[in-house]
Ligand binder design. Sequence first.
Ligand SMILES: Cc1cc2nc3c(=O)[nH]c(=O)nc-3n(C[C@H](O)[C@H](O)[C@H](O)COP(=O)(O)O)c2cc1C
Length: 336
Amino acid sequence: MPAEQLTMPGDSGGRTNAALTEDEVEILLTAAVHAPSQHNTQPWRFEVHGPVIDVLIDEERVLPIEDPAGRAARIGIGAAAFNIRVAAAMLGHDTRIAVNPDPARPEVAARIFLADRSAPVPELGSLYGELRRRHTYRGPLLSHPIAPKILHRLDDAADAERAHLHWLDPATSARLHRLLERTDTEELRDEDRIHERRRWIGSDRSDDGVQESALGSLPDLPAFVRDLSAGFDTTRDRVQYETFPMIAVLSTSEEGAVAWTRAGLALEQVLLVATSYNLATSFLNQVLEHSSSRHEVRDLIGGHAWPQMILRIGYPATSTDPTPRRDWHDTFDHWF
Ligand SMILES: Cc1cc2nc3c(=O)[nH]c(=O)nc-3n(C[C@H](O)[C@H](O)[C@H](O)COP(=O)(O)O)c2cc1C
């Protein structure tokens, strides 16, 4: 059933939806916290109000230097909200989502309404098995092409959330590569950025951040991969990477807090569908973290849409470790 047609609490003609059980909340929020977030900051908090879950932005986990407007944080929140929908579908709850639902509480970025439980919701629910398999893979990719049918499925996943995937041709990829190299060189001179990343990236991590074993190898020649530990000492090995991976820019037609959360909903749907085909994904977002280079990426994709994420997609040649998560209880504010 399309989310808009659901009968929800407050508009059900006197019928009230049942509150969620403790077991359901555990399943839903465990799914949510497995979402990707920039540097694995996990910038979310959750509240449960009967059959409604609010996802709030945790300002203390928004990166002040790399993400001052909270754009990346809201993308992560959108991804967490999408995971709640997937877990709810697996449990048999249809869902409807409202983005920025309460002007009096702008910190509530997404609100998910769960309908009474019935049969599992097939399409979304079938992605539940991918939630823990999905992780960011920054190692080398195999040269196997991705079948057009799969690329269409990824396009559909983005479109379903009113976003769009722009696949870059080799000439546009080469222009992006020059932009990436320029940004990487500039960032090596930016002590504030390096200092901020050092707080989250490298060494061992147990709750958040990206530990060294999740970073993968380094390329022996310039490649389409972001070294999150650029500027730090590292002992990681250098290996050969692919020359031209498939690159897609995820964009939205609007810009601002609502568009960012929607981009996160789209991102996670794309990533889970990619995972279902054993595809690996990583990101080249450094060029979107500076307004001038973000505008250059906007031009690369035609000048009309707002680039929100740059994805590198392909079949992995090796494997890297998943990143840790805080327990869902640590992200949980209230149960009303
Ligand atoms: C908005 C956003 C921006 C990100 N930017 C990058 C990036 O530029 N480079 C990168 O390697 N990973 C990037 N990531 C991936 C995160 O580092 C990753 O999701 C996080 O460490 C959690 O790990 P996992 O995805 O393996 O679960 C980004 C993720 C999000 C949601």
